[in-house]
Design a protein around this ligand. Sequence first.
Ligand code: F6P
Length: 323
Amino acid sequence: MKKLAVFTSGGDAPGMNAAIRAVVRTGLHKGLEMVGIMRGYAGMIEGDFVDMNSRSVSNIIQRGGTILHSARSEEFRTVKGRQEAYEQLKKAGIDGVVAIGGDGTFTGANIFMTENPGIPFVGLPGTIDNDLFGTDYTIGYDTAINTAMLAIDNIKDTASAHDRLFFIEVMGRDAGFIALRSGIATGAEAVLVPESKTDINKLIQTLEDSYGKKKRSSIVVVAEGDDAGGAFEIADKVKEQCPHYDIRVTVLGHVQRGGRPTCLERVTASRLGVEAVKALLDGKSGVMIGQIHRDIVYTPFEKAIKHHQSINPVLLELVDILG
Ligand code: F6P
């Protein structure tokens, strides 16, 4: 192997820059040429490649976003798009690729490798959602839960000042990890996640019990993909039955995707980045490199995509007991 490429794809996540830096510097350390692919699969199809040296990744470990930019490419979903991408990689003399992203990124890589064997890909889990099977941790998750926690702390101050009930929507299209962690960390009365069916009557009962105990303000954290709807919809359903509540809704949105990565994020992303290059040099391919109980674990893309990381029921129970 002489030349490796790295790219980021799908939703960006804080810590992606730390991972890029680690991949590039490890490759250089091993005497390889390193290339960055801009804008994920879209840039791969267009041959939008940049040579990377040690200085290309200076001063980025502390920055959110991704210096390689990211995209969700429709063209890469077609055989023609993937064929063009393969030809671009071949033309550039790339012998191996590190893909940093989530479900969609690995689904694309998996199909690509079946159609075009010969260029090995390994993946690093990069998504704030933490929903990938085969790792305890995805790059971006720790920063996102801390960002959500601090934002909810702020809302709690005003909720308490005005005796209000707040529904706060956090990200997580298919997964409730951000909601659960940030909800526990902020003492939410309830946390609603896609992994567990939401019962509006039970929610109202919880809130009423809490008001019965003279609690005048409450927080309900809602994952955006909850089965009962988003925070606005759920708030409307509660208001219908409880017109006496003074309700407000806040959607945290993309504020959770940016910002300075936490220390945990920078260190873990760095470790995974080093392991990605080592894995390619060891002849590994078609695997996501994750971390389980501090150990490095290789999970085939197919498995990482098909299975869903499950939510810890003990943590869900914590909300009921402590909220
Ligand atoms: O996959 C990460 C994620 O942040 C989801 O939680 C969210 O639903 C989605 O990306 C939003 O994507 P976009 O920025 O493309 O709207």
